[in-house]
Design a protein around this ligand. Structure first.
Ligand code: C5P
Length: 252
């Protein structure tokens, strides 16, 4: 079961840095308060896969946010390499289509089984938040409106064998309705009321994310830019814990 049971496990901290020294400091400091560390193109293009080792040595889980989008064979091989590195979560672009997604899923699961490694959690990335209706219609010639288009991508995620989706928090109830409660939803743009919004557009508090049914929350700058990172992480943890308790009381 891949569902996070504790508040700590719900937090995916975005390691948006450039050096291995910064990775070491942040992972050591935050490993008791966040369950997973997200690494992406910024870090991997500067330090390579060494970042993975640093996180693993401290006992942290890894989400590789590489948003794969290429021909099926290339994506399958890259997925297999990630699994061999011991990455727990990774994602592929839903716009890569069902053949690409299915080959990534098959290859990643086969490699995990053959090497007796933990089964990877493979997520589909929905339409990027940097896309608006104009880009979709005028640049990609998609005549559907954004809502219909993302609904189609959610359907694709469901039928391509993925474990879940990376999506804005507001779409969580729709995703759970369409794909079932066990389908994982991971959301960025999470902002506690006390933090700065930065460049995110539609932000959601940790409390509202829990209420919406979000499983994992990607959180970066509210922690990394705080004067005291550990206190910021603890505040978020407490907020999630309280929201989870309230949500479970409502279900009784
Ligand atoms: O919390 P903060 O805004 O700093 O974290 C943003 C992280 O979430 C970044 O690593 C960014 O790449 C990722 N992300 C996002 N919006 C998306 C998908 C991922 O901000 N739609």
């Amino acid at each position: 079961m891949n569902k996070p049971m504790k508040a700590k496990d719900k937090i995916v901290f975005a390691l948006d840095v450039n050096t291995i020294d910064e990775v070491k400091i942040l992972v050591k400091e935050l490993k008791d308060y966040v369950g997973t560390f997200k690494i992406g193109l910024q870090l991997v293009t500067s330090v390579g896969p060494d970042a993975i080792k640093v996180i693993q040595d401290e006992g942290g889980k890894i989400f590789f946010d590489g948003k794969f989008h290429d021909i099926p064979n290339t994506v399958a091989k890259a997925s297999s390499n990630l699994v061999k590195h011991g990455v727990t979560f990774f994602n592929v672009h839903l716009q890569g289509g069902s053949k690409m997604i299915a080959s990534a899923v098959k290859e990643a699961r086969d490699v995990a089984r053959k090497n007796e490694l933990e089964k990877p959690v493979i997520l589909g990335t929905s339409l990027l938040s940097s896309f608006g209706q104009r880009t979709l219609t005028e640049e990609l010639c998609v005549s559907k409106n954004i809502d219909e288009y993302t609904t189609k991508l959610i359907e694709l995620a469901k039928f391509s064998g993925l474990d879940g989706i990376v999506s804005p928090a507001n779409d969580t109830p729709k995703i759970k309705k369409m794909c079932g409660e066990d389908f994982i939803v991971m959301c960025p743009a999470i902002r506690p009321t006390w933090s700065v919004v930065n460049d995110q557009i539609r932000v959601v508090t940790p409390t509202d994310a829990v209420k919406a049914g979000v499983d994992y929350m990607v959180i970066g700058r509210p922690i990394s830019m705080a004067k005291d990172r550990v206190s910021a992480a603890k505040l978020i943890l407490d907020e999630i814990e309280e929201a989870m308790e309230n949500a479970s009381e409502l279900m009784i």
